[in-house]
Design a protein around this ligand. Sequence first.
Ligand code: C2E
Ligand code: MG
Ligand code: MG
Ligand code: MG
Length: 284
Amino acid sequence: SAKKAGRGRFDIYRDGMLEEEARRRDFERDLSEAIASNQLELWYQPLFSLPDRRLKGFEALVRWRHPERGLVSPAEFIPVAEECGLISAIGAWVIDQACHQASQWPDELYMSINVSAVQLRSALLATQIDQALRRYALPASRIELEITETAIVENSEHLAVVLAGLRAIGVRIAMDDFGTGYSSLAHLREFKVDRIKIDRSFIAASQSDAGSAAIVRAVVSMARELSIDTTAEGIEKEDQLTSLQALGCGTAQGFLLGRPLMIGAADELAWSLRSGRIPSIAVA
Ligand code: C2E
Ligand code: MG
Ligand code: MG
Ligand code: MG
């Protein structure tokens, strides 16, 4: 009977696995149809300069509007897309859409585009960016690409070539979620990133945790010495904003200043730049 019970457990385990696999297959199949079915959307989170709190640009953030599941977060589907190879198509769609949108907005605004480690492995990336810039007559200076530290560690040799190609086109490179990955400081110098985005976790903890506050101070001052711009991610409180401003952090992003916006609201914010109603702080 012990044998029987064991076997029962195995069956349940196996059925669970099969169910999990089936769910995963459905998810991948749906995702593969998402682009053709127009289910992907870009939302845009505003980026503000400090200390003047002027609108400088937007970060494009993808969402998947699934007919049954509702709005699916990129944190959920981007990792799946990376594993099953769909990230190339999704990434290409994001680049095209984001460049198109940037071309519709005032020249003084830039667009920041997230690029996955998988996209960075391919020489196709530079071609896609170049084509999108030409298609929409967009100057390269209007575009910034956000890459993660992990992407840099994963493919250091080949990466130098890909980044050189992007640099030749003239787009800027930002290191996203800085401080959370496995990168070394040498990479900042080696790959000549234009911007460091200090991860939200350090900003969130900096008020209560002296260690996090010290890291934020050190990163901002190191970046200044290296002539690298800094963006603080995930600012939710006024006191976080004032202390980053005091440190000399140049750009701020977070729910306090503005949440990711759907295209209509983003468009309105972008054009309020020119209408005289200068968006200082757009409290969400
Ligand atoms: P990320 O690039 O670090 O983007 C910032 C994330 O932090 C966004 O989540 C944004 O909504 C969220 N955020 C911004 N300010 C605050 C704040 O004050 N508080 C809190 N709690 N959160 C804040 P989102 O849009 O869910 O994106 C999650 C991640 O998915 C992104 O992190 C990025 O790694 C990835 N992602 C999003 N869009 C794309 C894309 O087009 N391509 C690729 N490869 N990855 C993407
Ligand atoms: Mg990002
Ligand atoms: Mg980020
Ligand atoms: Mg992040």
